[in-house]
Write a protein that binds this ligand. Sequence first.
Ligand SMILES: NC(=O)c1ccc[n+]([C@@H]2O[C@H](COP(=O)([O-])OP(=O)(O)OC[C@H]3O[C@@H](n4cnc5c(N)ncnc54)[C@H](O)[C@@H]3O)[C@@H](O)[C@H]2O)c1
Length: 333
Amino acid sequence: MRILVAGGGGYLGSVLIPKLLARDYMIDVVDLFWFGNHLPVEAGILHKDIFHLTAEDLHGYDQVIFLAGLSNDPMAEFSPGKNFIFNAAAPAYLAYIAKKAGVWRYIYACSCSVYGYTENELVDENRPAFSSYPYGISKLQGEQAVMQLADKDFSVISLRKGTVCGYSPRMRLDLIINTMFKSALKDNTITVNNPAIWRPILSIEDAANAYIRSVEASQNISGIFNIASGNYTVGEIGDLVKSAIEDQLGIKINLVIKHIQDFRNYKVSTAKAANILSFHSQGDVRSIVASLVTNMRMFADWNNPLYYNIERLKELENSSAEQVSSHAMAAGK
Ligand SMILES: NC(=O)c1ccc[n+]([C@@H]2O[C@H](COP(=O)([O-])OP(=O)(O)OC[C@H]3O[C@@H](n4cnc5c(N)ncnc54)[C@H](O)[C@@H]3O)[C@@H](O)[C@H]2O)c1
């Protein structure tokens, strides 16, 4: 089976792709490689923008996985225009040309951010999703666009993932547990911004397994699925990360509790993914911290801008603005 992974050079793709290769799938990755390339040499590489692909480029693939776009709220708010293009238009365009080219399955990386602010309910996929922020709106728009292409010959699976955490060769330190781990090791302190807020947490191993379950699901399955390892309050996550680090590394960590308002609050049911995809999570906060402890020498250069998506986006925007002004100077404008 041939699979094209768009945005496969990112945090999630860098863990998923070795697992797909180990199952003997033929994998090509189309990516702009904003964060470098940490993929195994066995993966085929197309270093380009999704919008530069045509239906002819997609002939011969069985499945396409979309993992691209601006992947968090700070990026979306920094560049709302790009956010709507990369998170809503790009997955729609890619699904449209994939279907045209005869690809039979499309898997879309959605997010539980689409649920916005909920109170005292365990949300399932039938609950109407409402977000008033650019990232959540665009992830929902992308999902709506790709889901409407589903039919008996074109399966579409959307995975609404909780916050992914854990070690990846393309590391991110801007995801809740990874951030707490970094500040615990760097400053001996974990800051909890609002202990009452609920977040579904997803270990990166569970996230990759949810994609494998989707790739290998019966051809007639389409649908939207919540994917998480568990629901936690941010206060509980802080306590669990602190005790896991203290136990595993034998150091003492301070906890600072704040009460900053948040615009996201939700806990999700993963029953549908268990029933239809046979997705059962294995990870939890302790296992995520264990993966960070094991690999911490790989990302101990804590301040590297590549680990913080918003810092990298600002660098990219600045360098393209410089290029535009130097072209304008060269043209005598
Ligand atoms: N990480 C999470 O916690 C999380 C949670 C829910 C959903 N998601 C979604 O999962 C997907 C993967 O997340 P991640 O953390 O691996 O993201 P990431 O930011 O690490 O990777 C995104 C990759 O997409 C590439 N890219 C972006 N736009 C592109 C374009 N137009 N053409 C080609 N390549 C492009 C980038 O170069 C990068 O390698 C994203 O769609 C994100 O919105 C992530």
